[in-house]
Design a binder for this molecule. Structure first.
Ligand SMILES: Nc1nc2c(ncn2[C@@H]2O[C@H](COP(=O)(O)OP(=O)(O)OP(=O)(O)O)[C@@H](O)[C@H]2O)c(=O)[nH]1
Ligand SMILES: Nc1nc2c(ncn2[C@@H]2O[C@H](COP(=O)(O)OP(=O)(O)OP(=O)(O)O)[C@@H](O)[C@H]2O)c(=O)[nH]1
Ligand SMILES: [Mg+2]
Ligand SMILES: [Mg+2]
Lengths: 281, 300
C-alpha cells in the first residue's frame, strides 16, 4: 500500500479527535480505538479507505437500537424522564403522533405539575392530536396525577377493549443529583405499581444531543435509581453530535429507541444506527 | 479529579526542586484529560495548554510543596485570571451592570439561545432581581413554542412584575412596537424580551433573531447557555454572536453536577462577561459569577 494511503498514527489521532468532538468522551474513544486497532490487525488492513469502512462498521456494532416490546395483555404506560429542557414534553407529543399512525390510542398525563404552563404546553399537543389528557393545577401532587391518569386510561381501555390503548406520562425536568426530585419520581412510579395487574410500565430517558459528558452521568444515575428501558435522543438537528450515546449504549447497555431531529411532530423516527453513524462522519 | 490525577503522575517528582520538561508533560496530559471530561472545547484546550506550559517551566517548588500542588495552583490561578479574577484572595464576584439608554432613560434587554437553555425561566429571575431598581415589563417574542406566552405570564405573576399582553398578535415587529409604546405609557423603565429557542443551523430562525435585534435595538443581548453543553457549544455561541452581537452570557443549570467547561470556552473565546449563573429552578436561583469558585469546580 502506498505510504500516503496507509493507516498510520495520524489516522488514529484524527479519528480520536472526531470522536471527542462529537462528545463520545475519553473513555469510550480509548476503548473504541483499542478495539479498532485489534480489528485492523486481525484483518490485516493496511490502507486508510478500508480502515475507515471497518471503523464505521465497528462503531455501528457497538450501538444498540431497540424497540419497546408491548405485552398482548397489559396496557403499556410510558414515563418520559430526564433533566430540564431536553425535550420530554415534545418527545411525548411526537411519540403519541407516531403511535397514532400505528393505530394506538394514547391517554396523555401531564405529570409535570411543577413548572409554569407545563400542563398548558402538553394540552396544546393533546388538542392538536385529538387525544384525551389528564392534568392538574400547578403545584399539585404528581403521584396523584399518575393515579388519575392510569385510572382514566384503564376506563378507556374497558370501553375500547379491542383497541391498542397506551398511557404516556410526562414528568418535570430534574437533575439527577437532586435526591428529593429522584424520590418524587420514585413515588410517581410507585403509584403506577398499584395498577401492575393491568399495566406494564416503561421508563424512557430523554437525552439532549447538544449536551456533553453529563448525559452519561444522567443515564447512569437514572438507570441505577429507576431502571431505564430506553433512550430518546433529541435535537440532533442542532449539531453533528450526540456521540455520548455510544458510551450510554455500550457501557450501560441501554437501547436507543427514537431520535428527534426538529421541532415538528414529523421530526421523529425510530433510532437507526446506520444513518446515525453515517451522519456523524 | 484533577488534583488526584496530578498527584498520581507527579508523585515521583516530589523530591525535585523545579518544574521541568518531563514532569510538565505528564501534568499537561492529566490536565488535557480533565478538561475534555469537563466539556471544554478541544480548540480552547490546545491553546490553553500551550500557554500554561510556558508559564510552568522553571517554576520553583518550595519546601513543603510537591510539583503536583505547585502545578495545580499555577494552573488554577492561570484559569481564574483568564476568567476575570483580580488575583486577590478576597475575591469580589463580577457584578452585573444594567446598561442604561441615556436617550430613553430606560433599558431594553433581550435573551437568546438554543432550545431549552432556560431563557424564559431566566427572564423571570432577572425580573425578580431587577425589580428593586427598575419597573420591568416582560414581553414574549416566542411565537413558536406552545404555551410560551402563558409560561412567561405565569412567571411574571410569580415575580410580581408586569407582563405585556399581546392578545394573539403574531407579527414580531408589531409586538415590539406595541410593547415599547406600552412601557413608555406605563413608566416601565426596563423591558425584558424573551425569544424562541433556535438552533445555530436554522438560517430562517437566525434571520428572525437578527430582525428582532435590529428592530428592538436592545441595550443588552444576553446569550443563555445550558452549563451542560458539549463540544459544539463554542461554534453555536459564535454563530449567535455573528447573527446579532451578544453583550453578556448567562449559564444555567449550574446546580447540576457538570463541571461546566462550556463557560470557559465561550467566555474566553467571545471575550464576554458572565452576567449571571442560573443555580436552580426557582426565581431566586440567580447568582453572581465567581472566577475562582468556577476554576476550582472545573478542575474537580
Ligand atoms: N431543534 C430541536 N428542538 C427540540 C427538539 N426536541 C425538543 N425541542 C425543543 O426544545 C425545547 C424544550 O422542549 P420541551 O419538550 O419543553 O423539553 P422538556 O424536557 O419537557 O423541558 P422541561 O419540562 O422544562 O424540563 C422546546 O423549544 C422544543 O421545541 C429537537 O429534536 N430539535
Ligand atoms: N435546575 C435548573 N433548571 C433550570 C435552570 N434554568 C432553567 N431551568 C429549567 O430548564 C427548563 C427549561 O427552561 P425554559 O425557561 O423553558 O427554557 P427556554 O430556553 O425558554 O426553552 P425554549 O423557549 O423552548 O427554548 C425548565 O424546566 C426550567 O425550570 C437552572 O438554573 N437550574
Ligand atoms: Mg416538559
Ligand atoms: Mg422559552
Amino acid at each position: 500500500v502506498e505510504k500516503s494511503a496507509r493507516v498510520d498514527e495520524a489516522f488514529f489521532t484524527e479519528l480520536e479527535e472526531s470522536l471527542l468532538a462529537s462528545d463520545a468522551g475519553l473513555k469510550f474513544s480509548a476503548l473504541f480505538l483499542a478495539g479498532l486497532r485489534e480489528e485492523l490487525r486481525q484483518k490485516k488492513i493496511l490502507d486508510k479507505k478500508h480502515a475507515a469502512i471497518i471503523s464505521k462498521d465497528l462503531l455501528k456494532s457497538w450501538l444498540r437500537q431497540g424497540s419497546l416490546e408491548f405485552s398482548k395483555t397489559k396496557v403499556p404506560v410510558i414515563f418520559f424522564i430526564g433533566v430540564n429542557g431536553v425535550g420530554k414534553t415534545s418527545s411525548l407529543a411526537k411519540l403519541a403522533a407516531y403511535l397514532k399512525a400505528k393505530g394506538f390510542y394514547s391517554m396523555l398525563g401531564a405529570g409535570d405539575t411543577f413548572r409554569a404552563a407545563a400542563s398548558e404546553q402538553l394540552s396544546f399537543w393533546a388538542k392538536r392530536l385529538g387525544l384525551p389528557i389528564v392534568k392538574k393545577p400547578q403545584g399539585s401532587d404528581s403521584a396523584a396525577l399518575v393515579y388519575d391518569t392510569l385510572e382514566s386510561t384503564l376506563a378507556i381501555k374497558d370501553k375500547k377493549s379491542e383497541e391498542a390503548v397506551i398511557a404516556l406520562i410526562d414528568s418535570s425536568g430534574r437533575l439527577q443529583n437532586k435526591v428529593a426530585l429522584m424520590e418524587e419520581l420514585k413515588k410517581m412510579l410507585g403509584v403506577a405499581k398499584k395498577f401492575e395487574e393491568r399495566t406494564e410500565v416503561f421508563k424512557i430517558l430523554v437525552v439532549d444531543a447538544t449536551l456533553g459528558q453529563n448525559s452519561f452521568e444522567q443515564a447512569k444515575v437514572f438507570h441505577e435509581n429507576l431502571g431505564i428501558d430506553g433512550i430518546i435522543l433529541t435535537k440532533t438537528d442542532s449539531s453533528s453530535c450526540g456521540g455520548i450515546v455510544f458510551a450510554i449504549s455500550h457501557e450501560l447497555k441501554l437501547p436507543l429507541l427514537y431520535i428527534s431531529f426538529g421541532e415538528s411532530l414529523e421530526n421523529f423516527s425510530p433510532f437507526d444506527v446506520d444513518s446515525f453513524v453515517e451522519a456523524l462522519f | 479529579n484533577l488534583s488526584k490525577g496530578l498527584t498520581a503522575v507527579l508523585s515521583k517528582f516530589s523530591l525535585k526542586q523545579k518544574l521541568n520538561e518531563e514532569n510538565i508533560e505528564l501534568a499537561l496530559r492529566e490536565i488535557r484529560m480533565a478538561l475534555i471530561d469537563a466539556d471544554v472545547s478541544l480548540f480552547v484546550i490546545k491553546n490553553f495548554l500551550a500557554e500554561v506550559r510556558e508559564k510552568a517551566l522553571g517554576k520553583e517548588v518550595f519546601k513543603g510543596l510537591t510539583p503536583s500542588n505547585v502545578f495545580f495552583k499555577t494552573f488554577r490561578d492561570e484559569l481564574a485570571l483568564l476568567l476575570g479574577w483580580n488575583g486577590e484572595s478576597s475575591e469580589k464576584p463580577y457584578s452585573f451592570q444594567l446598561p442604561l439608554n441615556e436617550a430613553t432613560s430606560s433599558t431594553v434587554i433581550m435573551l437568546c439561545g438554543l432550545q431549552g437553555s432556560g431563557k424564559t425561566t431566566t427572564i423571570g429571575k432577572l425580573a425578580l432581581y431587577l425589580k428593586e431598581k427598575r419597573d420591568p415589563l416582560l414581553v414574549s417574542l416566542d411565537i413558536h413554542r406552545p404555551a410560551a406566552a402563558e409560561q412567561l405570564q405565569r412567571l411574571a405573576q410569580q415575580a410580581g412584575v408586569a407582563y405585556f399582553e399581546q392578545e394573539g398578535e403574531r407579527r414580531l415587529k408589531k409586538i415590539i412596537k406595541n410593547a415599547k409604546k406600552y412601557a413608555k405609557k406605563h413608566s416601565h423603565n426596563l423591558i425584558l424580551f424573551d425569544t424562541a429557542g433556535r438552533t445555530q443551523l436554522d438560517t430562517d430562525m437566525l434571520d428572525e433573531l437578527q430582525t428582532i435585534g435590529d428592530f428592538a435595538k436592545p441595550d443588552a443581548n444576553i446569550l443563555v447557555c445550558d452549563s451542560m453543553l458539549g463540544q459544539e457549544a463554542l461554534r453555536t455561541a459564535e454563530t449567535f454572536h455573528k447573527t446579532y452581537p451578544v453583550n453578556s452570557l448567562i449559564f444555567t443549570k449550574f446546580d447540576s453536577d457538570t463541571r461546566g467547561g462550556v463557560l470557559l470556552s465561550v467566555k474566553h473565546v467571545l471575550s464576554l462577561p458572565v452576567a449571571f449563573i442560573g443555580s436552580g429552578e426557582k426565581l431566586e436561583d440567580l447568582e453572581a459569577f465567581s472566577p475562582i469558585r468556577y476554576a476550582d469546580r472545573l478542575l474537580g
